[in-house]
Design a protein around this ligand. Structure first.
Ligand code: AHG
Ligand code: MN
Ligand code: MN
Length: 336
């Protein structure tokens, strides 16, 4: 049972037994994400000091090269997961191909692969607006002790064993699921400990917030245009409020707490939208469903899609159940 103010470390140990594969490996994996999140958090907090300590591409006063934060976050998460030999493979938004981790060594019996968006919302870094990290975890499908293959990564979202995100916001939080609800932990930066602050998070079934980049309106499919107009109509509890941060993690987090829908539809410029199925949409879809919400590509369930490519894009509609279902109704009625 989740107890408020429990530390993330205690929570992981206490809940390990309830997880269906209790090798402790998944616990070590979540623990290493917790560690990398703290390191990246420290760097994100310093981002505003670039004028003082040097911008990306420059050399700082210690003679070290400054890195872009997305590159830095990518390195930190990969280092943490590989050096401690926690997983057998990693795929990242920042890497063209997946990374194999010692999976040919018979002493390494790691069963899990991780897919990650190390820095989500990168356009917000330089303007002091919340960014995040998204992760998705699967058991490999190929035999332990053999090299990981692309098949280990191209699994349906439905097969995820865990997923979550870190939000580097006004406070830093880790929110994750292992298929038994969603729990959120807030970092106390003074002592570097995450505490359970949001047990059993749930999307309200209805919401009043819609989040979409309306600058692309002219390029959206008719169903999306009609749904946006529906959100803006004066009728019942409408018009809804429009809120768009431009960091999926932050928009999702707000909508889960307050009730809302996030949309990144396809457009006449982007036939599959922008967001990546494997390390953006699937983990968010798993969290949404575990929190009584819904995630769709406009016509069907995100987690039922069979991926064909590592960096595949997909239209994304995610949030409060009744809002996503309404958007799907419009997509169906006005499909072109
Ligand atoms: P990333 O920073 O990992 O590339 O992801 C950015 C994504 C998502 O977080 C955000 O909601 C969306 O792109 C914003 O895109 P637009 O600027 O096109 O609205
Ligand atoms: Mn992203
Ligand atoms: Mn990213």
């Amino acid at each position: 049972m989740a107890k408020k103010n429990q530390t993330l470390g205690e929570f992981i140990i206490e809940n390990q037994a309830s997880f269906k594969y209790t090798s402790g490996e998944l616990s070590r994996l979540i623990n290493s994400i917790r560690l990398a999140a703290k390191v990246v958090n420290h760097e994100v907090n310093k981002a505003g000091l670039v004028d003082i300590i040097g911008a990306a591409g420059e050399t700082n006063v210690q003679g070290e090269d400054q890195q872009k934060l997305d590159v830095y976050a990518n390195e930190k998460f990969i280092q943490t997961l590989t050096k401690r030999n926690i997983v057998c493979g990693i795929a990242s938004e920042e890497e063209d191909d997946f990374i194999e981790v010692n999976s040919q060594d018979e002493n390494h019996q790691n069963k899990y692969v991780v897919l990650i968006d190390p820095l989500d919302g990168s356009s917000n870094i330089d303007v002091n607006v919340s960014v995040g990290t998204i992760f998705s975890i699967y058991r490999r499908v190929t035999p332990v002790g053999t090299p990981v293959t692309i098949e280990d990564f191209l699994q349906k979202g439905n097969e995820q064993v865990a997923a979550g995100y870190v939000v580097y916001g006004t406070s830093t939080m880790i929110v994750y699921t292992t298929g038994d609800g969603v729990n959120g932990f807030t970092l106390n930066p003074a002592i570097g400990t995450f505490y359970l602050s949001h047990p059993n998070m749930q999307f309200p079934e209805d919401g009043k917030i819609y989040s979409v980049n309306e600058g692309n309106y002219i390029h959206f499919p008719l169903g999306v245009k009609k749904y946006i107009k529906y959100c803006q109509e004066e009728e019942g509890d409408r018009p809804y409020t429009s809120r768009y941060i431009g960091s999926l993690v932050s928009d999702f987090h707000r909508n889960m707490i307050k009730g809302g829908i996030y949309m990144y539809p396809k457009s006449s410029k982007n036939s599959n939208g922008k967001l990546r199925l494997l390390y953006e949409c699937n983990p968010m879809a798993f969290l949404a469903e575990q929190a009584n919400g819904k995630a769709s590509d406009g016509f069907g369930r995100i987690m039922d899609l069979k991926p064909t490519e590592l960096h595949q894009r997909v239209p994304f509609f995610c949030g409060s159940k009744n809002m996503v279902e309404k958007a799907e109704e419009f997509m169906k009625e006005f499909s072109e």
